[in-house]
Design a binder for this molecule. Structure first.
Ligand SMILES: [Zn+2]
Length: 258
């Protein structure tokens, strides 16, 4: 997820990184080591959630599903959303994508496609650079795929590239943006009350990796957290933000990490 600009992924399998771990061309520590940290951080968050009762709240009356009702694994086959979206974005290259939902999880692919389209079309999204464009297609060759899947299937697919998503997090590997169903439905503690925003963070962060962006840190207390920051691990004084640009088109970035 570092470097590479808009270059299309080659045929060589490449790990684009999980929410927690930069992909292989990073100059940081070996991915495996970072993922161990990731697991630890993630475990800590889960523990905190239990301790402060967040987990219980998420089962409450806030409209979110009971975490225990979310399937942990699925068949590994996908339904592709039909139709297609209008091209959105700048005058440069249009990246095409499909939206797929794992079979059997009870979420219609068109619903997910509509949400992803809205996120990628937002004026604060990656298209704010005036260059990149996106266009959803319903099949055939595409530049990337946004795939909503059970934790087990996300782990399987990300694991083929050597990434450990631990049943909890998302990843970008090759042309696939793998979205963990649990994160899609429950978000994380920072976004527990605003799942829609967290979905934007998932899509923007992982598509950001696909576009070649690496992880960034918090640029200063009270500043918006960069979308490429690993916000699931803590905000470090920044405030929540799920967009790569502000409404005036200014990039919301932070110092490179790793
Ligand atoms: Zn990441």
């Amino acid at each position: 997820m570092l470097a590479g600009g808009l270059a299309v992924r080659g045929t060589t399998p490449r790990a684009g990184g999980t929410e927690e771990a930069p992909k292989e061309e990073s100059t940081a520590a070996p991915a495996k080591d970072r993922q161990k940290v990731t697991e630890t951080e993630k475990g800590r968050e889960k523990k905190q959630e239990r301790e402060d009762g967040r987990g219980k709240d998420e089962k409450g009356n806030d409209g979110k599903p009971d975490p225990d009702s979310i399937p942990a694994s699925g068949p590994g086959t996908f339904a592709t959303a039909g139709g297609g979206g209008d091209r959105v974005g700048g005058s440069g290259r249009t990246l095409t994508y499909v939206v797929q939902v794992e079979d059997g999880i009870g979420i219609p692919a068109p619903d997910v496609a509509a949400e992803v389209e809205r996120i990628l079309a937002d004026e604060r999204g990656w298209t704010a650079d005036g260059k990149v464009g996106f266009g959803r297609v319903s099949g055939g060759a595409s530049d990337f795929r946004v795939r909503l899947a059970t934790a087990g299937t996300v782990d399987d697919i990300c694991g083929r590239y050597g990434l450990d998503t631990g049943g909890e997090v998302n990843c970008n590997v090759g042309q696939d943006v793998m979205v963990n169903l649990k994160r899609w439905l429950l978000a994380t503690r920072y976004y527990a009350d605003d799942v829609a925003s967290y979905r934007a963070l998932i899509v923007n962060h992982e598509v950001g990796h696909f576009l070649g962006h690496g992880h960034e840190g918090c640029p200063g207390a009270g500043r918006p957290a960069p979308v490429m920051m690993q916000q699931i691990k803590g905000l470090h004084g920044c405030r929540t933000n799920v967009w790569p640009y502000d409404a005036e088109g200014r990039p919301l970035t932070g110092p490179a990490v790793g």
